[in-house]
Design a binder for this molecule. Structure first.
Ligand SMILES: NC(=O)c1ccc[n+]([C@@H]2O[C@H](COP(=O)([O-])OP(=O)(O)OC[C@H]3O[C@@H](n4cnc5c(N)ncnc54)[C@H](OP(=O)(O)O)[C@@H]3O)[C@@H](O)[C@H]2O)c1
Length: 327
């Protein structure tokens, strides 16, 4: 496992880290013992950074992460998120009082006195024009309730706007073989301001593992079933917003580029790590074997310039017209 600086925080995080959405909910049934085993395996493999959120399974993901953290002696940095519990989900709901309330719940779920990193959870775009929201986060940091804060964003533009707030430490954004636009202006600016970048949905919801087919079935409570067309939340979060059949065709082309000894999932993660603005990729995992496979991506050799160019041309031909200007 290799480690990279997380912006200006002083933390060095595993470049392949752990995304804890699937161990909470919205990915069909999950088994808590298996989820904990997956988290333990990640730490055994050198993972020292976990991304979760208060809404993942109504606190279930945070509680599991907190339990495993207490069972280990290694220092594990936990990033969580707040905001999505607001109903209605408005910019105006992001008040100091509501944020403080969400933070107290996350502290309880995780069993800690101070959150390592609190991210606003894809807030409505108006929030980026409300400095008082970021002021409230500064107050929470001053009060010792959170160590640092960041945002999870939907678009590269939101990322550019977010990094104008001087105390913001991280931006979480979708970045993978099917989502190239963040690597344009946004990465350049984030790097210049030493803001950490968490690459989420790195496997395009499992599509970039190469295991899915036209016959694959997903449980009714799995967003890959119920949000295929953005029925419940932003379609960009499900298969990275790429039409299922188009994605399958592109995966077959990418598969030909995978070097001997690596899996397609490892290739997809290594592609992300080729961008030095990225602090870490946070693949979701709920089975120990998957997690071990993903962690090993940190150690595979750098991809060649020819391979990077080949991914870029597959993206340009098949994916770009569907996603590039949207996110
Ligand atoms: N708005 C936000 O802030 C937001 C939104 C989305 C995600 N996130 C964060 O980003 C993390 C990662 O994104 P994600 O979980 O949506 O997508 P992802 O990492 O692209 O895909 C994860 C899924 O792919 C499958 N998978 C993982 N490793 C595999 C392997 N080696 N081989 C085969 N299949 C594998 C697993 O599902 P199956 O085994 O069930 O197929 C897993 O749940 C989340 O856990 C969460 O922490 C944040």
């Amino acid at each position: 496992m290799h480690y990279r600086a997380l912006g200006r925080t002083g933390w060095k995080v595993s470049d392949v880290s752990f995304g804890a959405w699937a161990i909470g909910g919205e990915w069909g049934a999950s088994d808590d013992e298996e989820s904990k085993a997956a988290l333990h395996r990640a730490i055994d493999c050198g993972v020292n950074f976990v991304d979760t959120a208060d809404v993942y399974g109504g606190g279930r993901s945070e509680r599991l992460v907190g339990q495993v953290k207490r069972e280990r002696k290694e220092e594990i940095v936990v990033a969580t998120k707040a905001g999505k519990r607001l109903s209605p989900y408005t910019a105006e709901g992001h008040t100091a009082r509501n944020l403080a309330r969400f933070v107290e719940d996350s502290l309880r779920n995780l069993g800690v006195d101070c959150l390592d990193l609190l991210q606003l959870h894809c807030p409505p775009p108006k929030v980026y024009y409300m400095p008082e929201v970021f002021g409230a986060l500064d107050d929470l940091a001053r009060a010792g309730k959170i160590r640092y804060y960041g945002v999870s964003v939907k678009t590269a533009e939101e990322g550019l706007k977010a990094i104008e707030f001087p105390n913001l430490q991280t931006v979480q954004i979708i970045f993978n073989c099917f989502r190239h636009r963040p690597a344009e202006l946004f990465f350049q600016e984030a790097k210049r301001q030493r803001v950490g970048i968490l690459a989420r949905v790195p496997l395009a919801s499992g599509m970039l593992s190469g295991k899915l087919t036209r016959e694959s079935k997903f449980e009714p409570q799995d967003h890959r079933n119920f949000n295929r067309h953005g029925e419940v939340f932003d379609v960009g979060e499900t298969f990275s917003g790429v039409d299922y059949d188009v994605a399958l065709d592109a995966v077959e082309e990418i598969r030909r580029l995978v070097p001997a000894g690596a899996s397609l999932a490892q290739f997809a993660l290594r592609w992300i790590l080729m961008f030095d603005a990225v602090s870490c990729a946070i693949p979701g995992g709920r089975r120990p074997a998957q997690v071990a496979e993903n962690c090993a991506a940190s150690d595979i050799p750098a991809l060649t310039a020819e391979t990077m160019a080949a991914v870029a041309s597959i993206y340009a031909a098949k994916i770009r017209p569907l996603v590039h200007q949207r996110w």
